[in-house]
Design a protein around this ligand. Structure first.
Ligand SMILES: *[C@@H]1O[C@H](CO)[C@@H](O)[C@H](O)[C@H]1NC(C)=O
Ligand SMILES: *[C@@H]1O[C@H](CO)[C@@H](O)[C@H](O)[C@H]1NC(C)=O
Length: 487
């Protein structure tokens, strides 16, 4: 699973190339050349030059840092800097930051105290930064959460065949050539099956496998020259949703969808069941994030997988482009964008029961040396396929009643805020081979653009200040409902 780091061979000290001719020449002349006085002198001179250089460098760095800091503070005083933030956001930037828990190393255990109970938190991987806390929920709490979810009623996590959904490609007005180029990751002017599979399956919830891709090619005569690749000409001959329509015509089973489960949402704010409110408090302590952030996040999602249920490999939240907007701050963003994602900084996953067979959470690329999207599907082995290949991933967590696992879906930006998506956070739910699996998810939503997060929090606090009643059921608010469908 983890490979040892290659040790980098270091240049032996004190053997700069210039020295070599000198010592070589001296070898035949003097037997004990290493002890000779001139050799010693040369070494000492180099040594001193080296030390002086290091000191000079340290001074340079120190001086430079000092002056740049001065420049920065003076420019913020005069409001000339590029960031040019309004006063309130300045305050926000200084008061809000996102602490990240240190993993130290895989297997490291740290004690954490949450509301009078001490738990052990074990590091499961560093890429993604992933932890496990056994006994986070008591048996009674698990029972209450399941009962509340049953009471509220669960719905299919995925609508079988969503109709009339506008395609992203249509929204962006892309030509077939442009789509072809986007799909052609390695730019060889051919579409390999991997390139098709990694990009087409998440859109409408149908899970394409290498086998049914071959079936589609045959059924649609899409691959005229029969080489298993699509050229631009072959691609152009297909309509945008040809694959999907073919599969729908042929008939689809639930097991052929990206996910096969039922879920519901439970509001955790004031007035909610004591267990749910306390759970949120403990999540705040666990993640060490500002409580406002946790409180403004999505409600608790409770999911039930029946026997045969699964959720193929996915990211809980998408990558961040300049145009990306977050579902939770859309109100404050004041714009719409086809690149919308739910900006889930952290996922906290609770196992509400111990599953009889299967149902593990898989992290196929956890702590892999490298991550390459195209390597996920090789020789017809698709690491994202949790019905077939859970055993081939790097890390699997067995569902154990009361255990919580949590991980970061984004890296840090190095300045205490959300950075890029952590691609290694890829995960899925292995097929349940026996029994039922109950889990719950708490996602902590943070906008990578902290001005927007600040504006959003201001808006919410203004609304609350005006005496607007707390949303009685956050769970049914449209923003959270929609936020989940596309993932
Ligand atoms: C949204 O945009 C409008 C017009 O572009 C502007 O007047 C308004 O102040 C903006 N609102 C926010 C919260 O930025
Ligand atoms: C995992 O790491 C290995 C070794 O670097 C690499 O060959 C492989 O492609 C990686 N897997 C993925 C999915 O990137």
């Amino acid at each position: 699973m983890m490979e040892a780091h290659e040790s980098v061979e270091e240049e032996p000290e004190g053997s700069p190339p210039i020295l070599r001719p000198v010592s070589r020449e001296r070898v035949p002349l003097q037997k004990s050349s290493v002890c000779s006085r001139s050799y010693f002198m040369v070494v000492m001179v180099f040594f001193h030059v080296y030390i002086i250089n290091v000191i000079a460098l340290l001074f340079y760095v120190h001086y430079n840092n000092g002056s740049s800091r001065k420049e920065f503070s003076s420019s913020t005083q005069h409001k000339h800097n590029d960031f040019d933030r309004p006063e309130s956001h300045e305050k926000f930037a200084r008061t809000m930051h996102l602490p990240r828990i240190e993993g130290i190393r895989v297997g490291h255990v740290q004690k954490i105290s949450l509301l009078n109970k001490v738990h052990e938190m074990r590091t499961l991987s560093l890429k993604p930064l992933l932890f496990e806390v056994p006994g986070f929920l008591s048996d009674e709490e698990c029972r209450v959460v399941i009962q509340l979810a049953r009471l509220k009623g669960l719905m299919e996590s995925q609508v079988m065949v969503p109709e009339g959904q506008e395609d992203l490609a249509e929204q962006l007005n892309l030509s077939p050539e442009e789509i072809f180029n986007l799909l052609d990751l390695n730019q060889d002017n051919q579409l390999q099956p991997q390139e098709i599979l990694t990009h087409s399956r998440v859109r409408d919830g149908i899970w394409l496998t290498p086998e049914n891709l071959r079936e589609i090619y045959a059924g649609l005569h899409a691959d005229a020259d029969g080489n298993g690749l699509l050229s631009l000409e072959e691609f152009r001959a297909l309509s945008g949703d040809a694959f999907q329509r073919f599969l729908k015509r042929r008939g689809l089973k639930r097991s052929q969808m990206v996910r096969n489960s039922r879920h519901t949402w439970l509001y955790q704010g004031q007035g909610a069941h004591q267990v749910l409110q306390e759970l949120r408090k403990r999540v705040t302590l666990l993640t060490r994030l500002p409580s406002e952030l946790v409180e403004l996040s999505e409600p608790l999602q409770v999911v039930r997988y029946e026997q045969g249920g699964h959720y193929h490999g996915h990211h809980d939240s998408g990558p961040v482009y300049p145009e990306t907007i977050c579902t939770h701050t859309r109100l404050a963003a004041n714009s719409s964008s086809p690149f919308e994602t739910s900006c889930r900084y952290i996922t906290v996953l609770f196992y509400l029961n111990s599953v009889e067979g299967g149902g593990e959470t898989t992290f196929p690329v956890a702590d892999n040396r490298t991550y390459e999207e195209l390597s996920l599907i090789q020789n017809d082995v698709d690491l994202l396929d949790t019905r077939k290949n859970c055993d081939k991933g790097n890390l699997r967590v067995k569902p154990t009643k009361g255990t919580a696992v949590f991980w970061y879906n984004y890296l840090s930006d190095g300045r205490g805020w959300v950075g890029e998506q952590d691609e290694y956070s890829l995960h899925g739910g292995c097929v349940v081979t026996s029994g039922t699996k109950w889990v719950a998810n708490n996602w902590i939503n943070v906008d990578p653009d902290y001005h927007r997060q600040a504006r959003y929090q201001e808006l919410v606090s203004q609304q609350q200040g005006q005496g607007a009643p707390d949303e009685p059921s956050d769970a049914s608010s449209p923003r959270h409902m929609e936020s989940h469908v596309e993932l």
